[in-house]
Write a protein of this length. Structure first.
Length: 266
């Protein structure tokens, strides 16, 4: 049985879709997995600002969405990836509908929110909502940069929690033989996961740091840069209650400032 057989990719009208479509396609080829590219658009502040700047009324949002959908389809067709196109029905709330689809896939690939991108079509908390509400591992791809390889130079942020353990388990199929793997832990012993990694044929280097700092998110990204990592693996800590979304400081910082793909699990 293949650990990852089905990948769900979020599509919108942003040109950055081509980058994460490429990431998903290359992973699918390596893992012999299928890809479903799901077009989903939701009202965003950036889209609203664009309409108002053009002197148009927000009631034109359906027309704008039709234009964005056509742009997304064009990007999808130009990519030529072996993926199945799908759409969230117009009569369904976009985020809950996407989350529901995520439930029946092994891995979800999303793009980091770019507040300056008026055509991305998702709210700033889209990634967080999918991670926390679906329970599925999410690979978040930054809105800047190119990522031809994911999983050959891995940094694992270890913490003895359910979230961290789930992130590590989700990462194992993404780490090919011979990959460079580093495990870092603050105020904990990173060697706790050494037996698990060894059983999966992964030799890693372990780094035990002092007490966790309020700048832990920045420290993680700095360490990833120093190691030239192409994947950061970490638990996503937080919960959603009614309409309020609460994330831990490190999770929030990484999602806002990420410079490499990040695999998150809750």
């Amino acid at each position: 049985m293949t650990p990852i057989a089905s990948i769900l990719l979020h599509l919108d009208a942003s040109p950055r879709c081509a980058v994460r479509l490429g990431v998903a396609a290359r992973l699918a080829q390596r893992l012999d997995a299928g890809v479903t590219a799901l077009y989903t658009a939701a009202p965003t502040p950036a889209a609203g600002r664009q309409l108002l700047s053009e002197g148009q009324s927000l009631v034109l949002a359906p027309a704008l969405d039709a234009e964005r959908r056509a742009q997304a389809r064009a990007l999808f067709d130009q990519a030529g990836a072996r993926a199945h196109w799908a759409e969230v029905p117009a009569d369904q709330a976009p985020v809950p509908a996407f989350v529901r689809q995520a439930l029946v896939h092994d891995l979800v690939v999303l793009g980091q929110h770019d507040r300056d991108d008026a055509v991305a079509g998702t709210a700033s908390d889209f990634v967080e909502n999918v991670v926390l509400d679906s329970g599925k591992p999410v690979l978040a791809v930054p809105y800047a940069g190119r990522f031809d390889e994911v999983g050959r130079r891995v940094l694992i942020a270890w913490k003895p929690t359910r979230e961290s353990a789930r992130a590590v388990a989700a990462a194992l199929p993404l780490i090919p033989e011979g990959a460079s793997v580093h495990v870092v832990a603050w105020d904990n012993d990173p060697h706790e996961i050494e037996p698990l990694l060894r059983r999966h044929g992964i030799e890693a280097q372990y780094h035990r740091e002092g007490p966790a700092m309020v700048t832990l998110g920045e420290e993680l990204l700095s360490r990833a840069a120093d190691l030239n990592s192409d994947l950061l693996v970490m638990g996503c800590y937080g919960h959603s209650r009614a309409r309020e979304l609460m994330l831990g400081g490190a999770s929030r910082t990484v999602l806002q400032s990420m410079t490499l793909p990040v695999l998150l699990a809750h």
